[in-house]
Design a protein around this ligand. Sequence first.
Ligand code: PMT
Length: 404
Amino acid sequence: MHRLNNKRILLGITGGIAAYKTAEMVRHLRKAGAEVHVVMTPAACEFITPLTLQALSGNPVHTSMLDPKAEAGMGHIELAKWADAVLIAPASADFIARMAAGMGNDLLSTLCLVTQAPVYLAPAMNQGMWLDVATQKNCETLVGRGVKMFGPDNGYQACGDVGPGRMLDPDVILQNLAEQFETGLLAGKKVVITAGPTREAIDPVRYISNHSSGKMGFALAAAAADAGASVTVIAGPVNLETPDRVTRIDVADARSMHAAAMEHTANSDMFISCAAVADYRPETIAESKIKKDPGAPDQTMTIKLVRNPDIVASVAAKEDRPFVVGFAAETNNVVEYATSKLQRKKLDLVIANDVSDKSIGFNSEENAVTLIGPDFEEPLAKSSKQLLASQLIELIARYYKEMK
Ligand code: PMT
C-alpha cells in the first residue's frame, strides 16, 4: 500500500449496491497517504450520500458538471488533469456501456474522456448483466483502449443470484491499484527538510541573515516527494513556490525553525538539514527602530550576539531519532571540516558544499557537493540543483536502507 502514498486518486462511483463499500475504500486510500477526490454519478447518490464521502475524503464531492460551486473549486478539466489514476468502483453495466461508446453525458464519463491518467474499472452488476454479450463486448473495447479491469468476483449477489459480477473486495481493489504504481525509493517514509536562511531580528526593521535562497532545500523536497515520501519542508524566509505534494511550514528565525524541526521530526524517518541557520542572534531585540545620533558621525554600535540552538544536532540527539543528513557549507578544507561536522553533530551523512565558488552554493542555480558517510565519500559533479537533488535523494535512500 506504500505505493499509494502521495498519489492523487480520482474515485468514480456509479450506481450499484456495492457503492456503500466505497466509504471504507476512501478511508483506506487516505490511510495509505493518497489524496482522494470523489466523483459520483446521480445513480450513485441514491446508494450513498456525497456528504459521507466528502467527510471521509476531506474534499468536496463532485456530482455534476453544471455545479458552479464545484467548478469554482476545481473545474472538471483541472480535476481530470490532477489525477494520477482514475478508479471507478463500482462500475455499472450502464457506465461501462457509456464509456465504451465514448459518451460524455455526465461528469464522470466526461472526465474519462479528458484524463491522460490510467483508468481502472471494478465492475459490479448482476451476473446476467455481466455475462450479456453487450457488456462483454463493451469491456473488450475498453480493455483494447488500455483500460484495466479489477474483477469482477464470483459468488453470492445482493439480488440472490450466484455467479460472476460481484465487486471485488475493496482491499483487493486497492491492492491491485497500488501495484499499478512503481515503488518509490522513499515510498511511505516521512521526511522533514529545512531550507533557506533564518532572520535574526535586531529591531523591528533590521535583521541578520545570509544569502541562502532555499533553492537547494526545495529541490530536495521535490525530489523526496517524487521518490514517494511524505515531505514537510520547514522554510526560512524564501521567495519560492512550494513543490507539489509537499507540506510547507514557514518560520523566520533559528529558534522557531528549531521548535518546528523538533515537533515535526517526531515519528519521522529522515531529517535533511539544508537550511543556512544563523549561528548567532542579537542578545536583545530593540522594541523600536534603533536611531542614530545625527550629531555623532563617528558613532559606533555594538550588538552583542548569543548562540542559537543547533537544530540538526538537537534532532540527532533525540532518543527516537530519524536518519539525519546535514549539510556543511565550507570555504576551505571542505571535506575535512564536513567530516568533523558529521562526527561532532552525530549525523548519519553530511553533504559538503564548497561555497567559496560563487557559481555553486548560496543563491545559485547550480551546485556541486560531496556526500560523506562514516567510511565513504561520493563527489557529485556540478549540475542544476534539481538534478543534483534527485541524485542526492537516490543516494541518501540507498544509504538509509543500508545503514538503518
Ligand atoms: O539555499 P540555496 O541558495 O540553494 O543554497 C544552498 C546552501 C548553500 C544553503 C546549502 O547547500 C547548504 O550548504 N546548507 C547548509 C548551510 C550551513 O549553514 O551550513 P553550516 O556548515 O553552517 O551548518 C552545518 C549544518 O548544521 C547544516 O546542516 C545546517 O543546516 C545545520 N545547522 C547550523 C547551525 C544551526 N544553528 N543549526 C543547524 O541545524
